[in-house]
Design a protein. Structure first.
Length: 88
């Protein structure tokens, strides 16, 4: 699994664990629904750490706990991320 898909799945899992919809998550976090929805639906290929932080705060979890999940074991870097790293 690549990092982008792991982050998407983690957001979905958090909403499921909290028994809330993505819309409710957006209200709780203060992140516009369109921002979360666009990322989850693939219309936007990335999400900022600041947005993730707001999602975490709205979900009452710490950012470190967001990434402390089995989804982030053995992450594959996707082509876009690889190109960004190679440009440096």
């Amino acid at each position: 699994m690549n990092l982008t898909n792991a982050v998407k799945q983690r957001i979905i899992n958090i909403a499921d664990e909290k028994n809330i919809t993505i819309h409710k998550l957006s209200l709780m976090s203060g992140v516009p629904y369109s921002t979360i929805s666009s990322f989850l639906n693939g219309k936007c290929s990335s999400i900022t750490l600041t947005t993730l932080l707001h999602i975490c705060e709205g979900s009452e979890i710490e950012l470190k706990d967001f990434f402390n999940d089995k989804l982030f074991k053995n992450i594959e870097i996707d082509k876009v991320q690889k190109q960004m790293v190679e440009k440096r």
